[in-house]
Design a protein around this ligand. Sequence first.
Ligand SMILES: C[S@@+](CC[C@H](N)C(=O)[O-])C[C@H]1O[C@@H](n2cnc3c(N)ncnc32)[C@H](O)[C@@H]1O
Length: 275
Amino acid sequence: MDPAIADMPRGGPNASWLDRRLQTDVLEYTDRYDVPDEVKQTVIGALDRVGARTGQHEENARTALGVVSDIPNPRILELGAGHGMLSAKIVELHPTATVTISDLDPTSVATIAAGDLGAHSRVRTKVVDASAIDADDGSYDLVVFAAAFHHLAPSVAVRAIAEATRVGRRFLVIDIKRLSPPLLILTQLMIAPLATIAIAVRPSFRHVVHDGFISSLRVYSRSAFVALGKAADPHMRIEFLPTAVRFGPHMGSLVFSRPDTNSTPAGASRHEEHE
Ligand SMILES: C[S@@+](CC[C@H](N)C(=O)[O-])C[C@H]1O[C@@H](n2cnc3c(N)ncnc32)[C@H](O)[C@@H]1O
């Protein structure tokens, strides 16, 4: 691994002095295996409720299906599924799509497997590490990773891109957009009083607030995504999808694909590579 990539700031190779300070190696609760499962599931449950109320799950599912709209019976692998609601929406919206719902966390996977979603005829569940995917080359038409890519350090993220584009023809990453340093500081100052009140009313909410804050510092910028994709394969195609304006955190989507596959995403107009 090129040390320049391993040490790359989340804001990208040319991140400003301030941007380089607005990042952290502190783990989110959902990445920690030294805390009780209930703590992690508190965060996962909150993400599920927020995604349902804001329409994020459905929007993510529509984005995923748009990327494979040229494929009649798409085979989809969801990484880092947490609660699994993105895949639930995919099988609800598409009559023949099959999904493998996965996460690194065995408790999340077991919870999905034990519920109605796990019993769906077009759903499989599996524990999968995004950076070492146990599947043959070309097993999937699409691999999707929502609100989770920022959990990976740069060297791990490069492996995940290489793996997802090995087992899948297209790798869709949906994640919170990295804000410019002034906007990030302003946003956190505005959120802080609301978060304090929420924690006073419901103490367990502190885990959710913690992970939300850490996420905002760990998300990658567009130039960082390009650098990570090119480190995985110098010929990697990186296409940023247009994003809808909506209530809640601003999300961005991009598709990684290798040039040697018939992997150009269908549908939406695209912005190729650099900012
Ligand atoms: C913030 S949650 C996102 C859950 C869901 N995708 C969503 O959109 O709300 C991040 C998830 O990524 C998972 N995760 C973290 N590192 C991972 C890895 N290396 N491979 C697969 N999943 C991972 C965590 O276990 C967690 O469930």
